[in-house]
Design a protein around this ligand. Sequence first.
Ligand code: GDP
Ligand code: IMO
Ligand code: MG
Length: 422
Amino acid sequence: MVDVLLGLQWGDEGKGKIADFITPQYDIVARFQGGPNAGHSLHFNGKKFVLNTIPSGIFRENCINIIGNGVVADPQRLNKEIENIANEGIDIKNNLLISKKTHLILPTHRVLDAANEASKGDKKIGSTLRGIGPTYMDKTGRNGLRMGDILTYDFESKYRELTNKHLKLIQNLSYTEFNLEEIEKPFFESLEFLRNFKFIDSEYYINNAIIQNKKILAEGAQGSLLDIDFGTYPFVTSSNTTAGGVCTGLGVPPKAINKVIGIFKAYCTRVGSGPFPTELNDELGEKIRQNGMEFGATTGRPRRTGWLDLPALNYAVMINGVSELVMMKSDVLSGIENINVCVSYKTGNENYEMLPFDIADSHITPVYENFRGWNENLSVLRNYSELPTSFKNYCNNISAKTKCPISIISVGPDREETIYCN
Ligand code: GDP
Ligand code: IMO
Ligand code: MG
């Protein structure tokens, strides 16, 4: 049985925190897409960790963590991440399994990412520059290299062939800001390091685990509005961040999927370029950014902030078949007298609740419903019954409008700062 946990907005909803929080209920946590563009923050025992490629179950004893075939991994970053975790006394050699089919981010994929972005001028995606797009392009273009390849005798020649292709592309883009030797050396050192880890046929491993009635959590990266098919294209990432990605990114049959847990913030954020109809480009937006410490976990970039967008949230609930919601960062809105929620969009005299083909269209304006805020500091509360009435009213409205129950409310970054709704 496979439960899915994924983000319903533009990423950074708090997936890492909740995956870590609920992991004691699971035997296996698996990442099915994305790569080190993700930054999943975990806070516990006074410490903070940011995970990029490793699933968020890694700090829980007896939990197996799988990097699935749908993921793209950068050996250098993975190496560093593993070392940081091993320093905490975690048995990562046994608890981390890597699919042989995981695609490799090569140093020249990162250069290509930077070269592509530089060539786009003001049409930049705002990529994390981790080489994600070029690596997925090589995967679908049938040129890519996979983890299993590093175990083969002719890996270096395959590597050289692909890198030479990349160098031509980089030259065509007139991009020169890199030194190949300098970036290749740590890459090959990391491969040596990684060869000591467990590479598996993860689709067999997971399907055997399903037969044995093991409980598996598929942990999404990014968010539904960054999905390559359903996100705000072209300002998206290069993978299927939505529930369908679980089947292709792990080899899980659709019938094995049980719950889909959708994570969303009580407001919205977005990092990088692209449309954001409810964005607040004012003092209030800045206040939310400061209160919520909305700066990228991976790149440190300030996140754009705005009101909750229900047409977009409902779209994500529909595409993913969300069975329960988890609302994050509720504490951040404390002290804001009037809270807006976008309930529909307007063009001319027409109102509609569906997400239009292009939400960047300047004729679209959000229609807001206004909610009374609350002043209480939510982060000290631990029981649903203690929550202020106006906050409960906010939650009940979202639940009614999405036709989905909210099962968990997060009131702070720490594991402890979490409230079950029943
Ligand atoms: P992810 O990528 O979805 O795992 O989310 P990130 O870790 O990138 O961003 C979420 C940020 O919000 C992190 O800094 C978390 O520590 C923090 N966070 C998570 N839940 C809460 C919450 O309920 N309240 C507050 N104030 N911060 C939270
Ligand atoms: P987590 O898992 C927020 C955004 C980038 C950029 C776009 C494409 O932490 O929620 P890419 O590097 O994938 O080519 O960038 O997607 N982006 C994220 N934004 N959280 C993430 O991951 C993101 N991963 C990518 O900012 O706009
Ligand atoms: Mg993040």
